[in-house]
Design a protein around this ligand. Structure first.
Ligand SMILES: Nc1ncnc2c1ncn2[C@@H]1O[C@H](COP(=O)(O)OP(=O)(O)O)[C@@H](O)[C@H]1O
Ligand SMILES: [Mg+2]
Length: 358
């Protein structure tokens, strides 16, 4: 049967209410028992394809499934067959001495879509500004520190030459050499920071977590030995490749493992335990967890954890986690903290699998 013929039949059977045609929105009247009595042309065009429209309760049950907010008045719902959004209003009326419930469905798709795009714009902006502030801050800091460091190295070199020419005391010469080594080390660290910050276009690709973890652990091997702790790597063998920028993710892992090592400074040697775990989580993402037996975090600390400059360390900068979060969010993943069972912390992140992220 053609829609027009169906309309005619329905109208004839139920006693059409011509007045409904005057309503400029989709409009339908339901009797006391919930059965459709009449609908205007617009309603039929937009809802007649749903068999549920013939009863008030079945139509509502169907539409409420796609409701934005159950409690909202008027209900804003998404029609599953057309994907369009409607604001539903109910009113009471009477016709031929019978009470009727009058439904109007106003198409609000344009407004909802505009809202959606506004929201994602906002999120993008927030992300960019976070990334920028952390990056700019690190760049400024690196620049500021670089100048005095270069000067210090020059002065030390000059002093060493003088001591050498004058045949000065050997202890002074050794002290100057040690100072120069430290200053050069600091300069190398700073230049790595600048390298990292220098708005390098991220390059995402298929990456193997095992390889990235190996690189990071190699960098931290000495530090771990010094603290007499072993780092256990428990990545599942079948861990799929992630879609990620290798250097960036290594940076994240490095930060988290370093924090874990630092958190265990006060932990008795026998209890020091650092595990890097990796698995596919229930959302089918790759999830990496860095688990320590350190100090853990108070709830006040947890609240500030990711704000730039938050640190509880004398020598801390407090930008490690803020940078980690920007990087992970850039990869459409999540950085999270949870207390570790039995004491300590778990810092983890998720990354999309290669096939999904692409
Ligand atoms: N594994 C951890 N255990 C306990 N506290 C941690 C851990 N990781 C980070 N934190 C807390 O979060 C703060 C911020 O960390 P981060 O941003 O890396 O900066 P920083 O290491 O320079 O202090 C740390 O000072 C510490 O208080
Ligand atoms: Mg840190």
């Amino acid at each position: 049967m053609s829609p027009a013929a169906a309309r005619k039949k329905a109208g004839a059977a139920q006693g059409a209410i011509p007045l409904l045609e005057a309503v400029p929105f989709a409009c339908a009247a339901y009797a006391d028992d919930g059965v459709l009595v009449s609908a205007n042309r617009r309603f039929n065009d937009e809802f007649a394809a749903l068999p549920e429209h013939r009863r008030r309760d079945t139509l509502l049950a169907l539409l409420r499934d796609g409701a934005l907010d159950d409690e909202a008045e008027p209900a804003e719902v998404r029609a599953p067959h057309s994907g369009r959004w409607y604001a539903l209003h109910w009113g009471q009326a009477e016709h031929d001495g019978r009470p009727l419930a009058l439904l109007t469905a106003i198409d609000i798709s344009e407004r909802i879509e505009a809202l959606d795009s506004h929201k994602s714009q906002q999120e993008k902006l927030l992300f960019t500004s976070r990334m920028m502030s952390v990056g700019e801050m690190a760049a400024t800091l690196a620049h500021e520190i670089n100048q005095p460091l270069a000067a210090i190295v020059n002065y030390l070199n000059g002093s060493l030459r003088l001591v050498d020419q004058a045949g000065g005391p050997a202890q002074v010469e050794r002290a100057l050499q040690a100072a120069r080594t430290q200053a050069e080390h600091a300069a190398a660290v700073i230049s790595r920071v600048r390298e990292f910050v220098r708005a390098r276009e991220p390059r995402r690709d298929a990456q193997d977590m095992h390889a990235m973890a190996a690189t990071v652990l190699e960098l931290l091997r000495l530090e771990a030995e010094r603290q007499q702790l072993r780092i256990d790597v428990a990545l599942s063998d079948a861990l799929p490749e992630v879609y990620a920028d290798r250097v960036m993710v290594e940076q994240v892992l490095l930060n988290l493992v370093k924090n874990a090592i630092e958190a265990m400074r006060g932990t008795p040697v026998a209890k020091r335990e650092l595990r890097v775990e990796g698995r596919v989580n229930l959302d089918d993402e790759v999830e990496i967890r860095v688990c320590d037996r350190g100090t853990g975090l108070s709830s006040a600390e947890q609240d500030q954890l990711f704000s730039p400059f938050f640190t509880t360390k004398n020598d801390g900068l407090g930008i490690g986690l803020a940078i980690c979060r920007s990087i992970i969010e850039y990869h459409k993943g999540r950085l999270f903290f949870e207390p570790r069972e039995g004491g300590g912390s778990v810092f983890g992140f998720t990354l999309p699998r290669y096939e999904q992220g692409r």
